[in-house]
Design a protein. Structure first.
Length: 63
């Protein structure tokens, strides 16, 4: 662990850039994946909620 810190200080800017890229990409990937899954789940719930509502509205309309 100390060696990593020493290396980061020795090659300051390039090593820092490499570290941030390594840190950012997996977290960004995770965030985007979670966001996509959440959007799909929310969309599915909205569709499921709307279907019975629409059917009820259609049934209640005078024919």
């Amino acid at each position: 662990m100390n060696q990593l810190i020493y290396l980061a200080h020795a090659g300051h800017i390039p090593h820092e850039k490499a570290d941030t890229m390594v840190i950012i990409s997996p977290t960004m990937l995770l965030i985007t994946t979670v966001a996509i899954v959440a959007m799909i789940v929310i969309a599915a719930l909205v569709v499921q909620r709307q279907k019975p509502m629409k059917q009820r509205a259609d049934d209640s309309l005078p024919k």
